[in-house]
Ligand binder design. Structure first.
Ligand code: HEM
Ligand code: NAG
Length: 351
């Protein structure tokens, strides 16, 4: 398993700025309540205030606890790794990586769990709960739900055979959720390439991030309802998507009939659905990408995504390195830090 040290210069910069320029009132090491560095996070490469050693003194065993729960959960259900990776994506694209996705309906909260992209689809909440419970035993009121989701996404990638990365930490949990944000910010599976690029750009992510992060579809599954349009009526002409390879297309039709079967599932990477590797990109080249949003990275004819698909299909190491970088970037989307937000006691509700 490769371990990549990404962006060392950036980490040092963040560490120094946290130490020197904002030494008061908290160094940001998670001591006591008001830890963090005060600044609101920013899009893209440098979320101010997050850094890998955030729990170094307040909960040094945080990652060991996360990994021990993940190991068991993924051994029980290999798909769980995919579900937890996706959870972080769906968290970060709505109000930033603030665990808003975990909030249930309540008097003050309209949960994101009922949005189009999430309903009957998002999973892994009970694994997050199990991690949170263990952490509350060992480091009470210290580790945010948002950081748990980010750690679970990295751990799931590693345990599936993918890359690791130094994960900036110190996110705090939101006191709000956004159902509307969940419906509008998470791209649908029938997106055009231009739409995907636009929606990623809005989050501070570029074409390289789009292609690399779509490589997350090297694990996990999708429901028939998310790819049915491609099989029966791709362009409103009752014809299948012509970029689908014939044998693959016939196989998909048997899983996903024209009417009914909406919840039948098919692997996003059918050749190694539980293994984090670069076969996702090879499959795209063979016309065997499951979602429209997958295949258009090759065929959509905007920008340089086709070239990137080909490069990652050829060079797994390069894909791993870029995936790690892009995951850090996605994980840095608008975190709550300093005195913003809170450390939830229970990931399902605000304190
Ligand atoms: C580029 C835009 C994206 C679109 C349109 C998209 C869409 C989808 C859809 C429709 C599903 C199947 C959901 C279901 O049927 O229940 C899915 C599954 C999944 N997505 Fe994405 N996704 C995108 C980006 C990402 C990113 C950035 C990641 C993470 C880095 C990711 C990770 C996953 C994983 C791991 C699964 C499988 C989940 C499971 O098996 O439980 N996706 N995605
Ligand atoms: C995507 O699917 C939705 C819901 O079925 C539909 O309303 C929309 O027109 C589709 N978009 C494209 C680009 O096909």
């Amino acid at each position: 398993m490769a371990f990549f040290t990404v962006n060392l210069g950036f980490l040092i910069t963040v560490f120094l700025s946290a130490t020197f320029s904002r030494a008061h009132p908290g160094l940001g090491f998670g001591w006591g309540g008001g830890s963090g560095t005060g600044g609101h996070g920013q899009f893209g490469g440098g979320a101010v205030g997050l850094f890998p050693q955030f729990y170094q003194f307040s909960c040094p065993q945080v990652n060991d606890i996360v990994m021990s729960v993940l190991e068991k959960a993924i051994a029980r259900d290999p798909r769980m790794a995919a579900s937890l990776l996706r959870l972080h994506f769906h968290d970060c694209f709505v109000q930033g990586c603030d665990a808003s996705v975990l909030l249930d309906d309540s008097a003050t909260i309209v949960s994101e769990k009922k949005s189009g992209p999430n309903l009957n689809s998002l999973r892994g909440f009970e694994v997050i709960d199990e991690i949170k419970a263990k952490l509350e035993e060992q480091c009470p009121q210290t580790v945010s739900c948002a950081d748990i989701v980010a750690l679970a996404a990295r751990g799931s990638t590693v345990l599936s055979g993918g890359p690791s990365w130094e994960l900036p930490l110190g996110r705090r949990d939101s006191k709000t959720a956004s159902l509307t944000g969940s419906n509008t910010n998470i791209p649908p599976p029938n997106s055009t390439l231009q739409n995907l690029i636009t929606m990623f750009n809005r989050q501070g992510l570029d074409e390289v991030d789009l292609v690399a992060l779509s490589g997350g579809h090297t694990i996990g599954v999708a429901r028939c309802v998310t790819f049915k349009q491609r099989l029966y009526n791709q362009n409103g002409n009752n014809q299948p998507d012509e970029t689908l390879e014939k044998t693959y297309y016939l196989g998909l039709k048997s899983i996903c009939p024209k009417s009914g079967g909406d919840n039948n599932i098919s692997p996003l990477d059918f050749s190694s659905p539980a293994r984090f590797d670069n076969t996702y990109f090879k499959l795209l080249i063979w016309g065997r990408g499951l979602l429209n949003s997958d295949e258009v990275l090759l065929t959509g004819n905007v920008g340089k995504t086709m070239e990137l698909v080909k490069i990652y299909a050829e060079d797994e190491n390069l894909f791993f390195k870029q995936f790690a970088k892009s995951m850090i970037k996605m994980g840095n989307i608008s975190p709550l830090t300093g005195f913003s937000g809170e450390i939830r006691n229970n990931c399902h509700r605000v304190n």
